[in-house]
Design a protein around this ligand. Structure first.
Ligand code: AMP
Ligand code: MG
Length: 289
């Protein structure tokens, strides 16, 4: 396994098994598969709680370094069709770590103010500061997904955006942000089941958007638009991963593992005290009571 230490439960670590260059085209990808993972749902769920503790420790290390002036950060970009489970990742993977260390941003249809700026304006403003893990629930890729599928701007304009995105991400990486991009993939059948469930349950009506049915009608166009971002905006510095998301436990486990891998890559250590530890010990020992 080369420089990687073997990750428990995985025959091939997710940073290899789920990379778009390895999974092959999204149109032929099985959203209920569990690439690289050797266990079942029970072992995957148990593993997630174990690995959650590892993630939490690494996140605290990142936060501690941020407090000591380290400007590095991690940005998790979540994309996926409606009902793919982006919100579930924010809740269940983001929920594994101290919320103080997270910067969570969602991107909906651009406001008039956002539209009056270039498409990366709102993205720049949402980036995580040093020491944080940022999670983007949708991202700058929306500007080449629905925008491309519905030709919201002329093709000659959205065509330019792939290279603009690459440039933006290169700068971001150069300034100390580790980027992980995850495309959550659900099958049409699973999406139908999740939409039906939203209608059955009054506590899920707030998640239901009648427009999602219309978007579903453009499924193949979306697959093509997704493939274009993988073909044009995947690099070792800002990699794309395909996350099979019909099984929620697997999507959560995979993304938790990808975050752990990214944080370990920063090779962090606890920051050195900026005071004399021995002298402070003496002062504390001398306190009365
Ligand atoms: P949700 O994430 O379910 O709240 O939905 C947000 C909606 O905003 C989705 O339909 C997105 O496709 C849409 N959206 C987000 N960013 C853009 C964008 N830049 N241009 C057009 N639609 C967008
Ligand atoms: Mg939605």
């Amino acid at each position: 396994m080369g420089k990687h230490t073997k990750t428990a439960g995985w025959g091939t670590p997710p940073e290899e098994a789920l990379r778009v260059t390895v999974t092959g085209p999204i149109a032929a990808f099985d959203p209920s598969s569990t690439p690289g993972f050797t266990g079942d749902k029970d072992s995957g769920t148990a593993l997630l709680s174990e690995r959650g503790a590892v993630l939490a420790d690494l996140q605290e290390l990142l936060y501690a370094n941020g407090r000591s002036g380290d400007h590095r950060s991690v940005l998790l970009v979540l994309q996926g069709m409606d009902t793919a489970g982006k919100g579930g990742i924010v809740r269940h993977v983001g929920g594994l770590v101290d919320p103080q260390g997270l910067t969570i941003r969602g991107f909906g249809k651009p406001t008039p103010e956002e539209l009056s700026h270039d498409f990366l304006w709102r993205i720049h403003r949402a980036l995580p500061p040093g020491g944080r893990i940022g999670i983007f629930d949708r991202s700058h890729y929306e500007d080449v997904l629905p925008v491309r599928v519905h030709n919201l701007i002329p093709k000659s304009e959205w065509e330019k955006r792939y290279e603009m995105i690459n440039q933006f991400e290169r700068d971001l990486v150069a300034s100390g942000t580790t980027i992980i991009k995850c495309a959550m993939v659900v099958s049409k059948a699973e999406q139908k089941a999740r939409l039906a469930e939203r209608l059955e349950r009054p506590d899920k009506h707030w998640k239901y958007n009648p427009g999602d049915i219309d978007e579903r009608g453009f499924w193949d166009d979306y697959l093509e638009a997704y493939q274009a971002i993988f073909d044009r905006c995947d690099s070792d510095a800002a990699p794309w991963f395909l996350i099979p998301s019909d099984r929620k436990w697997f999507a959560r486990l995979s993304i938790c593992e990808l975050l752990i891998h990214a944080l370990k890559g920063l090779d962090l250590d606890w920051p050195k005290a900026d005071f004399d530890v021995e002298a402070e010990k003496k002062r504390v020992a001398a306190l009365t009571e």
